[in-house]
Design a protein around this ligand. Structure first.
Ligand SMILES: [Fe+2]
Length: 278
């Protein structure tokens, strides 16, 4: 396991330690899954993925107050993946918010929108036994708030719920799958992968979408509720930190003054981030 360590002062009486894990992309199948899913599992599966996930959970149980998983726990929806995820997420030591792959049927085969997501959600058996679209939990005086933004957008109701959480008056750590647009992260992404058709960030304006392929611009262009959510996140002083994944590399920057955003690399590579809040 490759452990990145951070400390952040947010004014707690006693420190709270989080283990941030994201993008495990577990790819399991069983006899209930069709031939195409078996093909995917053959191509994308690896025992290392489950091994690293088990190591990360064990580490968090031993050393941290909570494991925060920001999605793509599985690579695609299958009977075996849903059974694994449902079982894992029963663990009270884990806080989860979903990513795009958690709803993906065959990886990149369809336009993914609310209807697609709900279809997968129902196929899993109405989700995985924990809240998947909005999740909140108080741990040691910190309010962990997870918001599903896995299709690059937020919804009005999620902003309403986040404001409701802020009424508790506790410092908030936000967790979501897709990182927010930030210039240094945008630049780094294209520097690292100049051939990419996009940066997979939420809230790119038209100027920054110019470089995108048409398909990726349509997929990732923010709508009004998304922009409203981003404005609120940047202006609410109770929000102290954003934890994200999706990009499969690690990066740290600030999306606003005093608001760091940590992108953590892939759980399937063994990467995890230990954050001590104090
Ligand atoms: Fe993702």
């Amino acid at each position: 396991m490759q452990l990145i360590k951070n400390e952040l002062q947010i004014g707690l009486e006693k420190p709270v330690r989080l283990l941030h894990v994201t993008d495990s992309h577990v790819a399991l199948v069983d006899e209930h899954d069709d031939a195409r899913k078996h093909e995917l599992a053959k191509r994308l599966g690896s025992p290392d993925k489950e091994k690293y996930l088990a190591e990360q959970v064990a580490y968090a149980e031993q050393h941290c107050d909570l494991l925060v998983h920001t999605g793509d726990l599985v690579d695609f929806v299958s009977h075996a993946n849903s059974a694994m995820a449902r079982n894992l997420l029963q663990n009270e030591a884990i806080f989860f918010i979903a990513g795009n792959h958690d709803y993906s049927q065959y990886v990149g085969e369809a336009w993914e929108d609310d209807a697609y997501r709900m279809n997968s959600y129902m196929q899993m058996g109405y989700g995985l036994g924990v809240p998947m679209f909005f999740n909140a939990r108080v741990v040691g005086g910190v309010n962990l708030v997870g918001i599903d933004n896995s299709y690059y957008r937020f919804a009005d109701w999620q902003l309403w719920r986040l404001k409701k959480e802020a009424e508790k008056g506790l410092p908030i750590v936000l967790a979501f799958h897709d990182p927010l647009f930030e210039q240094a992260l945008y630049d780094y992404h294209f520097e690292r992968l100049p051939g990419e058709p996009c940066t997979y960030l939420v809230g790119c304006d038209e100027e920054h979408l110019l470089r995108y392929s048409e398909f990726r611009a349509v997929q990732q262009r923010p709508d009004k509720p998304t922009l409203d959510m981003i404005d609120y996140i940047k202006s609410e002083p109770l929000i102290k930190l954003i934890l994200t994944g999706h990009l499969h590399f690690s990066f740290e920057s600030n999306v606003a003054e005093n608001l760091p955003q940590f992108v953590t690399g892939s759980g399937f590579d063994g990467v995890a981030r230990e954050i001590t809040l104090y």
